[in-house]
Write a protein that binds this ligand. Structure first.
Ligand SMILES: NC(=O)c1ccc[n+]([C@@H]2O[C@H](COP(=O)([O-])OP(=O)(O)OC[C@H]3O[C@@H](n4cnc5c(N)ncnc54)[C@H](OP(=O)(O)O)[C@@H]3O)[C@@H](O)[C@H]2O)c1
Length: 286
């Protein structure tokens, strides 16, 4: 398949580009910086021209303003990228007949449920980031019927720098990181999202999916397990969300589960601990 990826220089976009290429797809990686095919998703002219030139059959839309606190400070920019940019992508997917895969987030939920959110739970985002991503989801639903909206969470992977990288770097520098102990979520390995997507796109079961590694866990427990697997015997300093003041509010509980993956005939993603083990192995072998 001819697959265009937005934000292909980002953590998830780079992983998806690699895995889709390995699976035999023809990948068109787009972004704002060379060597990617130049496409700013907020430019109507650029999006139209790139879609016209490459005529993708499938578009995986990973580009986003992902800095949650920056979104809170600069809401207009956040809505421009996460909502308007996504509207353009969905519009042009529909225009040329491409399937639209749009990445979204656990931060569309407010965290008050207290147990894992499934695909039919009602979003109620707390932050500008969450609201702008939810606006993007609604645009995709309205503008491009052949879509997959993919909510994922707490991503980490070999491309880019994420929470595990920061924890490992601090510990290796002799520091003891402070980690939130009462924020619960679904840490997810980018390689597993890419592999699951490869299967999901063959189903034609369009709609919203939660794609995360399984099992809720606190940031603290996740980080402790990372250190254990990395043979770094350090006890982290726990912190509560109340002690951790940030510009953007975060849900205290945003673990996700998927009902729809099973209904679509796609195997569930593996538990978070297995995925983390694979990540640590990948880190040490690279
Ligand atoms: N990271 C997480 O924990 C997490 C959790 C849940 C959901 N998600 C979602 O998953 C997706 C991928 O996230 P990620 O962690 O891979 O993000 P990332 O590493 O921050 O990558 C985002 C990419 O989007 C690009 N981008 C930003 N504005 C753009 C624009 N106007 N035009 C074109 N490209 C633009 C960035 O390029 P530049 O280098 O040019 O800025 C960057 O390469 C996003 O939709 C995000 O909302 C992420």
């Amino acid at each position: 398949m001819k697959v265009l990826i937005t934000g292909a220089g980002g953590m998830l976009g780079a992983e998806i580009a690699e895995r889709f290429r390995q699976a035999g797809h023809l990948v068109i990686p787009t972004g704002r910086k060379p060597p990617l095919v130049p496409m700013d998703i907020t430019s109507p002219q650029q999006v139209r021209a790139v879609f016209d030139q490459y005529q993708p059959e499938l578009v995986i839309h990973c580009a986003a303003m992902t800095n949650v606190d920056a979104c809170e400070h600069r809401p207009q920019e956040a809505y421009r990228v996460n909502a308007f940019g996504t509207e353009l992508i969905a519009t042009h997917c529909q225009r040329i007949g491409a399937i639209c895969v749009a990445l979204s987030t656990d931060y569309v939920f407010d965290g008050t449920k207290g147990s894992p959110y499934h695909e039919y739970d009602l979003p109620n985002p707390l932050s500008v980031y969450g609201r702008s991503k939810y606006a993007g989801e609604q645009a995709v639903q309205a503008l491009c019927p052949r879509h997959y909206i993919i909510r994922t969470a707490w991503l980490y992977g070999i491309h880019g720098r994420s929470f595990p990288h920061f924890v490992l770097e601090q510990v290796r520098a002799g520091e003891i990181p402070t980690v939130i102990a009462d924020q619960i979520g679904s840490p997810t390995y980018t390689a597993d999202v890419a592999d699951c997507l490869l299967q999901l796109i063959t189903t034609d079961c369009y709609g919203t999916y939660h794609l995360t590694n399984t099992g809720p866990v606190s940031r603290y427990e996740f980080a402790q397990e990372l250190l254990h697997l990395s043979h770094l015997p350090v006890n982290l300093t726990p912190l509560s969300m109340r002690q951790w003041q940030t510009p953007a509010p975060r849900p205290s509980y945003s673990a996700l589960i998927s009902w729809r993956l099973e209904w679509a005939g796609v195997p569930p993603m593996r538990p978070w601990r297995e995925a983390l083990t694979a990540f640590v192995q990948q880190l040490t072998s690279s």
